[in-house]
Design a binder for this molecule. Structure first.
Ligand SMILES: CC(C)CCNC(=O)Cn1cc(-c2ccc3c(-c4nc5ccccc5[nH]4)n[nH]c3c2)cn1
Length: 263
């Protein structure tokens, strides 16, 4: 591939390491629409992340799941690297959540099922900690959620959380306390996500980082009265301080609140 194979359209997102553009592949008979992320080699070199980046490229090129944003390939020229990504036509879940305030149980349960399904797939390939949070989720043509690993901090133009290093709200206790962590961090994150999808803000949000940390390590959760008992049960079973006690992803998919509300 080269840039000459594509007509570039509007920017879809901008960030520290690069920006993402809408693009159409010229030759394909069905005029494939894709998102192309452009990274500058100099910036990757300056940040000393080239090898990590290659590893990420390698991992992502083998991932194929309906709820994980596809990476179709990549190419480079003298100064830039171009990553050909799936175009998610309904954009950022985060923006939609901000717009509607909070989702109904059917929407939230459907997204939770899809993300649990994607994580089962990822964990089966020994891939963890995909940094599940609304900013990293996009929406496909059928309203399905797509995990886009923005680890490369390309934030589409939407108001980011208050701290630039990414929100602390999603950090599990073992990471707050700088202990070893395993794939169970993802179980914690989808517990935080489920709360945020239903309430419109994360459960441990506070004025400052210290208070957020305190709430995280104490697993102190307050629910607004409209959160149903079924949703509370699922969230409690995921937001367990001890990683091994967190609900398994297969049990998340089978949880009665998910069974009752997911589409
Ligand atoms: C190291 C490398 C393998 C990382 C590859 N993964 C990424 O670069 C993660 N990433 C995905 C994107 C991204 C951002 C936006 C979109 C969009 C998209 N669709 C939109 C529709 C309406 C409004 C905004 C939209 N953004 N589709 N696909 C995207 C993909 C940016 N970074």
């Amino acid at each position: 591939w080269t840039t000459k194979d594509f007509d570039f359209g509007r920017p879809l997102g901008k960030g520290k390491f690069g920006s993402v553009y809408l693009a159409r592949e010229k030759r394909s008979v069905h005029k494939a629409i894709v998102a192309i992320k452009i990274l500058f080699k100099s910036q990757l070199q300056k940040a000393g992340v080239e090898h990590q980046f290659r590893r990420e490229l390698e991992i992502q090129s083998h991932l194929k799941h309906p709820n994980i944003l596809r990476m179709f390939g990549w190419f480079h020229d003298e100064n830039r690297i171009y990553i050909i990504l799936e175009y998610a036509c309904y954009g950022e879940l985060y923006k939609r959540l901000k717009k509607v305030g909070r989702f109904d149980q059917r929407t939230a349960a459907t997204y939770m099922f899809q993300i649990a399904d994607a994580l089962i797939y990822l964990h089966s390939k020994q891939v963890i900690h995909r940094d599940i949070k609304p900013e990293n989720l996009l929406l496909g043509a059928f309203g399905e959620v797509k995990i886009a690993d923005f680890g490369w901090s390309v934030h589409a133009p939407s108001l980011r959380r208050q701290t630039l290093c990414g929100t602390l709200d999603y950090l599990p206790p073992e990471m707050v306390e700088n202990k070893r962590h395993d794939e169970k961090v993802d179980h914690w994150c989808i517990g935080v996500l489920c709360y945020e999808l239903l309430v419109g803000r994360p459960p441990f949000e506070s004025q400052n980082n210290q208070d957020t940390y305190k709430k995280i390590v104490s697993c102190y959760i307050k629910f607004p009265e409209y959160v149903s008992p079924g949703a509370r049960d699922l969230i409690y079973r995921l937001l367990q301080k001890t990683p091994s006690e967190r609900l398994s992803l297969k049990d998340v998919r089978k949880h009665n609140w998910i069974e009752e509300h997911a589409e």
